[in-house]
Design a protein around this ligand. Sequence first.
Ligand code: ADP
Ligand code: MG
Length: 509
Amino acid sequence: MGRVAVVGVAVAVAATACAVAAVVVGRRVRSRRKWRRVVGVLAELEEGCETTVGRLRQVVDAMAVEMHAGLASEGGSKLKMLLTFVDGLPNGCEKGTYYALDLGGTNFRVLRVQLGGQRSSILEKEVERIPIPQHLTSSTSENLFDFIASSLKEFVEREGGGSENSLNSRRELGFTFSFPVKQTSVSSGILIKWTKGFCIQDMVGRDVTECLEQAMTRKGLNMQVAALVNDTVGTLALGHYHDPDTVAAVIIGTGTNACYLERTDAIIKCQGLLTTSGGMVVNMEWGNFWSSHLPRTSYDIDLDADSPNPNDQGFEKMISGMYLGDIVRRVILRMSQEADIFGTVPSRLSMPFILSSYLIAAMLEDDSPELKEVARIFKDILEIPDVPLKVRKLVVKVCDVVIRRAARLAAAGIVGILKKIGRDGSGGITGGRSRSDVKMRRTVVAIEGGLYTSYTMFREYLHEALNEILGEDIAPYVILKDTQDGSGIGAALLAVAHSSNSVDSVQLL
Ligand code: ADP
Ligand code: MG
């Protein structure tokens, strides 16, 4: 080969190398730029979800103020502050075998409890969990209640080997119905609206007890509802049965809600309300709480807009198990749209509610160095294989931000209730007194719902925030008690107190 030819080849090789290098560098620059955008999405999320103690205290104050407003007048606040007609809480003298039905958001439970007549003496309890078939949540009230009545009948028939006696004698039932109800008595009430994805239009405005009792009659079940309660009220009842210092109950499961014991003279919207105890349990329906202090992101706004109940249940949509997975999904979707981290946007990522809070918990709990569980969920659920480790790490961080915000806001809500009843050590809603002047009493809050009872990380974040808000002097006085199955057992306890042979002690002047 001549010299000129050799030089020519060398030049060509060099030029190719340069071109390749330029492509590689260009790709790297682009990929770095994309990565920066992804990290930017995370940073923005973190900022939007910030829950400093200062901000949480603002939420505490807003909760207490809204509670006041909701008690002052009907429609005075987004908090409905519903009367429950439950004026006394179980104290241990309850005795006998009672049934309860608990219709939550995901499961429905049938229970039988045998009460021994002393505090905390549940001699026997049997609980059966039955998943609610999805199609029934948007079917007709008749279909839903026929299903419930049939399941209850099977359960009752199994008692004592299905003896004649079990079906012939009329039984008293506690019915936990965890949706907003305007109570008309302790054993009846009208459904105000559905939440947690239920949508059975013919039920709204109807008496819930009547619907159940009609279905029980259709199924030949000789039972009557002695107490119709919200799950929070059931939980408070069981909490109080175990521990008389229990003053409030909170549910954090598919949805979220709270109730507490209020003085009747503080229920201004219902003047003249007289109870023998001087108090009444108020169902806050706190899922609908709203305040400008809540750290709301564009993902929350979009989730709300796409939901069947926009502008409703704002607090619940930031806190409860039903929504957390979908907030995370929306963040990952944004990351994928802004910087195509998965190539073209995977179709599964656009499916609402494809990520449950169980999956979020599983990803957050994945402590394998290669985040195998995260990879598995991406592959099996989202159909996105081969997600790079650094992306998996980022996703875990997203889950953490969303779960932590939820738990901390729930803690602020709890302190809000304590503030309203003067149990947060601050001297009540108007403040004034210094913390050292306030004599704290032992205060128990009963908590139920799978997100709290079965998910350790959520519980730890909630406790941490509670301690931060209350401070180390006050926090030891406030005890959160896991009250599993409280919503159902508590309804059975209230059924005893309000069974047909006991006189209803609530009077309206
Ligand atoms: P319901 O709301 O039907 O009464 P639960 O109180 O048991 O039922 O709450 C169930 C919901 O709580 C689930 O749908 C899920 O959103 C959430 N949840 C329960 N356990 C866990 C868990 N271990 N990790 C994450 N979320 C959970
Ligand atoms: Mg429940």
